[in-house]
Design a binder for this molecule. Structure first.
Ligand code: AMP
Ligand code: MG
Length: 396
């Protein structure tokens, strides 16, 4: 038997074939979760003018200490109508424009106020003044291309005056579940039938990775049904199928995809669960054949499909990102395949504890639903003892 691709090799085969989709202009209000397609540069200095960091009084540092007449009030949003003269003070609100002539702000809490004057201690030049451009200068990069736009990035882009940004187009994704035994949840099961779990699961996973997903479809295990469903699905940027990629007589997905012009890149990877996964391409479409067992589909999605989707959207680091944690129970290693165990995650002080869920078989989707993490148990002999530091992938 030829040696199977490892997880890393298979991921590399996929990512090396991904080209980011073209960028498009997106209004900032619709850009949450999108990936920036080009460096975004500030439209203004940030802050755009020297502003006060405190509610207090604008002064000239050289005039302090002393008693200074208060000659004007400066609210946020409205600059003073004249410059601050020698020996004067002006009331200023947080965010107010520090007037010409002033170089410091004294917080209201530390002055003694009289009717029309204040008594102040000595203050240093620049105190409580936010200099113009102190965060960024106009034209500086606010957020770099390839960054995922989360709350903080969106806040920075808005503050820098950008009403819209260039984001990579979201991938269009299609899901086809195969299997004559499948019934939609809510329908009545006849003998031998099971409920179709992968369509809704994979559609949700795809959407969470930024894809625009067409409603999932199902195909019975006959060539005509496969041909029709797969041909439609191949119009998307990413086609994800479930089931029908093993070696059974009804496993038709790879054969029909080949007839439809899909070039297979690999079939089978040394992972557990998910060994029969297939991957191919047709023109710009990435084609993933995930195994039918729901846990296998879920795990393969996280290992292979999510990174591809993020790479299509131009992410610099598409993952998957494994981080260290500590096993709470021993697990036996698989000699031939890297294993990805479903585990519950618990934080205990500085420790991240990973407790494998009971029921690790690949049809046990209800058990897997209780997991927060996939623990990477590298192939090898013997076991990983309780307390071993392992790497895990978060599922939350
Ligand atoms: P297959 O990969 O087609 O051989 O399917 C492997 C196992 O997963 C079989 O027990 C199938 O009945 C089950 N299965 C396949 N597709 C689905 C699905 N969409 N939802 C739930 N179970 C499925
Ligand atoms: Mg099947």
């Amino acid at each position: 038997m030829a040696t199977l691709l490892t997880f890393e090799e298979a991921l590399q085969e996929i990512l090396s074939r991904v080209r980011p989709l073209p960028a498009e202009a997106v209004p900032l209000a619709l850009a949450a979760g999108r990936v920036l397609g080009e460096d975004a540069r500030a439209a203004v200095d940030l802050p755009p003018f020297a502003s006060s960091a405190m509610d207090g009084f604008a002064v000239r540092a050289v005039d302090t200490p002393g008693t200074l007449p208060v000659v004007a009030r400066i609210a946020a949003g409205k600059p003073a109508t004249r410059a601050l003269g020698t020996g004067e003070a002006m009331t200023i609100a947080t965010g107010g424009v520090v007037p010409a002539g002033a170089d410091a702000v004294i917080p209201v809490e530390v002055v003694v106020q009289h009717d029309n004057s204040i008594e102040v201690q000595s203050v240093e030049s620049g105190a409580h003044v936010r200099p113009r451009g102190g965060d960024l200068a106009s034209g500086d990069v606010v957020v770099r291309a390839g960054a995922v736009l989360r709350a903080a990035e969106l806040g920075a882009l808005a503050a820098a005056g950008l009403g819209e940004v260039a984001c990579f187009r979201r991938p269009r994704a299609a899901v086809v579940s195969t299997g004559t035994e499948l019934r939609s949840p809510g329908e009545r099961l006849e003998p031998g039938q099971i409920y179709e779990a992968n369509g809704v699961m994979l559609a949700a996973a795809l959407a969470s990775a930024g894809a625009v997903v067409t409603p999932p479809t199902s195909a019975t295990d006959d060539e005509q049904a496969h041909r029709a469903a797969l041909e439609r699905g191949l119009a998307a940027d990413v086609l994800v199928t479930s089931g029908g990629v093993s070696v059974g007589p009804h496993d038709l997905v790879r054969q029909i995809e080949a007839e439809l012009g899909v070039t297979e890149v690999f079939w089978k990877v040394a992972v557990k669960p998910g060994k029969p996964i297939s991957f191919g391409v047709r023109e710009g479409t990435l084609v993933f054949g995930l195994p039918g067992n729901p846990v296998s589909s879920l795990v393969c999605f996280e290992l292979f499909v999510r990174p591809a989707l993020l790479a299509l959207q131009g992410a610099r680091e598409p993952g998957p990102v494994f981080v260290p944690g500590e096993l709470t129970a021993a697990v036996r290693r698989n000699p031939e395949r890297d294993e990805f165990l479903r585990a519950r995650l618990r934080v205990d002080g500085a420790r991240v504890l990973l407790e494998p869920v009971t029921g690790q078989e690949s049809h046990m989707i209800a058990r897997a639903a209780a997991a927060d993490a996939l623990v990477f148990a590298p192939r090898g002999d013997g076991e990983l003892a309780a307390g071993t530091t392992v790497r895990y992938l978060s599922l939350r």
